[in-house]
Write a protein that binds this ligand. Sequence first.
Ligand code: FES
Length: 569
Amino acid sequence: MRSADWYGGNSKDSYIHRAWMRRGNPDDSLTGTRPQIAIINTASDLAPCNMHLDEVAQSVKNGIWEAGGVPYNLPMVSLGESNVRPTAMLWRNMVAMSTEEMIRANPVDGVVLLGGCDKTIPALLMGAASVDLPAIVISGGPMLNGTFKGQLLGCGTGVWKFSNDVRAGKMSQEDFYNSEKSMIRSKGHCNTMGTASTMASMAEALGMSLPGLAGTPAPDSRLLQGAHASGVRIVEMVAENLKPSDIMTKSSFANAIVALGAIGGSTNAVVHLLAIAGRLGVQLTLDDFDRIGSRIPLLVNLQPAGEFLMEDLFRAGGLGAVMKEVQQHLDPGAITVTGKPYIESLKNAEIYDEKVIAKYSAPLQPEAGIAVLKGNIAPDGAVIKPAAASKNLLVHTGKAVIFESIEDFHARIDDPNLDVDENSVLVLRGCGPKGYPGMPEVSNMAIPKKLLEKGITDLVRICDGRMSGTAFGTVVLHVSPEGAIGGPLSKLQNGDLIELNVPERSLNVKISDQELAARPASAAMVQALAQPHRGWEKLYIEHVEQSHLGADLDFLRGASGSKTPRESH
Ligand code: FES
């Protein structure tokens, strides 16, 4: 084992490594014969969705000891989506890089990845993939259902809806404040099919979690039981040398894309899966999401696209029951952390509530996966989630109303004199990976108050940023290349006619190629990158790739492997 390079033999160096690590553990724990397992733990009081992961880590430790391994808690930088500014996405790659470096630097033979809140699971998977030691994911699980005045209240989704209701005069400020107290009811991550629930499902569909574990509510004792079992399994995986690159193949990415469609998952999964694939050298492209996923029917009736919440999905049979329904679309070649084919894990899956999980023969929507749009506004692509969009807007032509930043948007959107109506197309730019920086979740721009008062609840919106997985609407996201690097988005002008055609997968401005090429980028976009930056932000802006490639740093693509570094003494 790799850890034998630290602990094996009886030299001055192995003496030093062992002596400092004994700490009351049995003699044979440091002879280089028992697997040394790091539990990469993103518990943090400032990442509320991951606050409970120390408790989960304890169950993992019990399982590791039981199976003959030796566990170590390895605290990792954490990202609380609701807290960090300007956006948690700015640091996803930093967490991935820290994960990679700390695994490689330490006497570790295998890793358990403990995440939950949106960016933590993708970051851990990216880092672990670049080291490629045996790894298993445990997602911290969703919180319990919230309710307000007898109605289900989903994290995030409720905020977007209620804040629009307040602006439209349909909800009092007092009710708005009181609803806040019942939204986050227990430990766990967001309980809608937002990014955290989606990425937990992606980790399992990729084969990186024990089948059946994703979506287990955080307060449910079965999460701890699954954590214990994962601790046992990682020790076996080290013995079998079963690595992320054996599990996360093109076949498993194809299965994850099928899952993304069937669960109506977050558009954020697109950038995360592309980035994880980039670490493994798997040739995954934006077009694969449309080719594999767009025709997959929507089976899961969860907010934001539907009615229920994650606790209901778990009760109704969980991800396994969903995936059994779409089994004919799955690649049978994909395996899981069990070493067995993914499809074998679905044998006993069953739907227990068809209001929550629809049958394949009677889907909630026939084609629900993410659609990839191209055209003169987005030569490298843009995405839309038709399941969360208004059907009547999927083919739409309207005049552009341009905003140069989210601050510009907030300052003007409710101006009674703003030239906007129900046919307008709102365009927000400067929100891409480099421009913001970090590609924030600002794309689901609020509807102008004067239109809300007329009962208009959706407009076509276009942005080079991302959208919260808990949000909804006819929102075109991840426009690439972004405005701040001079992409065509930076050249649009107020009043330009924008043509969206989702069935034809196109997004165009109705001007000639010559005119578009001749137009300069807006002054705001030219200035976006001109300010001085330092530290991580500088490194990030200089090296982040565009969203259609996964927004990883260019020098983090690929793998460095698990080779033992040079001795330290
Ligand atoms: Fe953490 Fe939503 S804020 S998962």
